[in-house]
Design a protein around this ligand. Structure first.
Ligand SMILES: [Zn+2]
Length: 501
């Protein structure tokens, strides 16, 4: 590389990385100086010192350095964000075994400063804005041995969207910690926090979780868009016939209605739509949620907080004294909550809740296993919904095709015409080349009747109950999914994945 002297009018821009290893400790400027003046010693030998500076026009600084070194100086221009990355790396290294308060305070000041550096702020902001624009549900930022990776979860799938130089990761992590009001010096213990950001008219709530991993930290930001128009019942993806029987349940004044499915199957969205349909001046609705995902006008929403003893069952006990008509319990996880929910349903309340079971029939067995007497369950259970989310075929690149042999067999086994035309996304810019865009629910649901009540109270086996519901033409998750595949909404492979994992 050609030397550039102070009096040269042009200063070559270089990368700090090309000079590694840099002079260390006493051979380097103090970190505070590096940070304050954005200057770094890149290399030094007997007669020459090579210095990287960010603001090449700072004549006072240049003069000071000349006076200090009293030897030949070659100046190079270095990138401010790269220098910030170098400092971040230094600071994360010096964290090991640094005992003195003074050191820690200096580091904190530096990290604070770094994290508030414009390039880092822009980087973190752009990661968040892009996530909202792409409808991501989560942002994952993970630091590995040679780089940090940013991934978005979109429609349930992770996609890598950006690689960040490892040196910049500490500053990115600090920036997020500052936004979430967390301790930026803590890099050994997990931390949780919350960030609220305003993007245009949208208010985005981000739940932040930071966990140390072998090579740094794993940062996960879960996005909740509070202003996003809530999904209406009719748009959940419930077929007309099922919607009619579901809406019949709205007339019920007491009883238990359950929604089941694994985590991330859209249960909360369905429950929220159910509650909104039930909202009126004449009813008081209280929800107990973990966490509150959508704020809904006219509904009293309570957030659980295990740390201070506010669990589902303790809150539910109190809520019963508030004279509600409808109670939504985010999830029935244990016997106490199950018993309270049943008791509330028996004493004139309409209770909505969710359970982690594979289908709408196994909720009966699950509640019995939790200690609910069959005759009580028979008396309160008014309806059960099971659901999964499937990705929708991208409508910009969908094409019809003949079903494969495997698909024909599946269709035939469930009584659908095996020559039904199916659709498939070809992949385009609007679907990130995945062939899918957005998701919809597939459902199985039934409402109780006298026969079913009697079967439950007699403690009949699941198989017998299933046979009865089949005779009543209750559509299963698979049937609903296959129907949606034939209708060109999703694919059979999506349905298989959603149901069988
Ligand atoms: Zn597409």
């Amino acid at each position: 590389m050609e030397d550039n002297f102070l009096y040269d009018t042009t200063v070559i821009k270089v990368s700090i990385a090309d000079f590694k290893p840099l002079p260390e400790a006493d051979n380097q400027y103090p970190l505070e100086y590096v940070e304050k003046y954005s200057v770094i010693k890149l290399k030094e030998n007997e007669d020459t010192v090579y210095i990287g500076i960010c603001s090449t026009g700072d004549n006072a600084l240049i003069e000071n350095l000349r006076n200090f070194h009293k030897k030949r100086i070659v100046f190079y221009e270095v990138d401010k964000s790269e220098l910030a990355g170098y400092l971040g790396e230094k600071l994360s290294l010096s964290d090991e075994g640094s005992g003195s308060r003074q050191v820690l305070d200096n580091e904190k000041l530096l990290l604070d400063k770094l994290a508030n550096d414009a390039p880092i702020i822009n980087l973190v902001n752009s990661v968040m804005i892009e996530a909202v624009r792409k409808d991501a549900s989560d942002i994952h930022i993970e630091c590995y041995s040679d780089e940090a990776v940013v991934r978005y979860r979109i429609d349930g799938y992770l996609h890598t969207v950006q690689h960040i130089e490892k040196q910049r990761f500490p500053a990115v992590s600090s920036r997020i910690k500052i936004m979430a009001n967390l301790n930026i010096m803590e890099r050994r213990l997990p931390q949780d926090g919350r960030i609220t950001v305003h993007l245009g008219d949208d208010v985005i709530d981000l739940r932040v979780s930071i966990i140390p991993i072998a090579d740094g930290e794993s940062i996960v930001l879960r996005l909740f868009n509070k202003n996003k128009a809530p999904i209406q019942m009719d748009l959940l993806g419930i077929e007309e016939a099922e919607l009619v029987s579901l809406k019949k349940m709205f007339g019920i004044t007491h009883g238990l209605v359950l929604v089941s499915g694994p985590t991330g199957s859209g249960k909360t969205t369905t429950l929220n739509a159910l509650l909104r349909e039930n909202r009126s001046d004449a009813v008081k609705i209280i929800t107990i949620e973990d966490p509150i995902e959508y704020i809904t006008e006219g509904i009293n929403q309570i957030q659980t907080n295990e740390r201070i003893g506010l669990t589902f069952d303790t809150i539910l006990r109190r809520v019963l004294r508030q004279d509600p008509n409808i109670i939504m319990v985010g999830e029935i996880r244990d016997t106490q909550t199950a018993e309270l929910a049943v008791r509330a349903a028996l004493t004139g309340h309409l209770v909505f809740s969710t359970l982690h079971t594979k289908d709408s029939i196994s909720v009966i067995t699950r509640l019995k296993n939790m200690g609910i007497e069959p005759y009580l369950l028979a008396a309160v259970l008014k309806g059960s919904i099971a659901q999964r989310l499937v990705r929708k075929i991208c409508r910009h690149c969908a094409k019809q095709r003949q079903p494969s042999k495997h698909e024909q067999e599946i269709l035939k086994s469930r009584g659908f015409p095996s020559d039904s035309k199916l659709s498939e996304g070809q992949g385009c810019s609007s679907c990130n080349n995945t062939g899918y865009r957005g998701r919809t629910g597939i459902f199985e649901l039934y409402t109780s009747d006298e026969e079913l009540e009697s079967m439950i109270s007699k403690n009949l086996r699941e198989a017998e109950i299933r046979a009865y519901l089949t005779s009543k033409k209750v559509k299963t998750l698979t049937d609903d999914g296959l129907q949606k595949a034939i209708n060109g909404i999703t694919t059979i492979s999506e349905v298989e994945r959603a149901i069988f994992g």
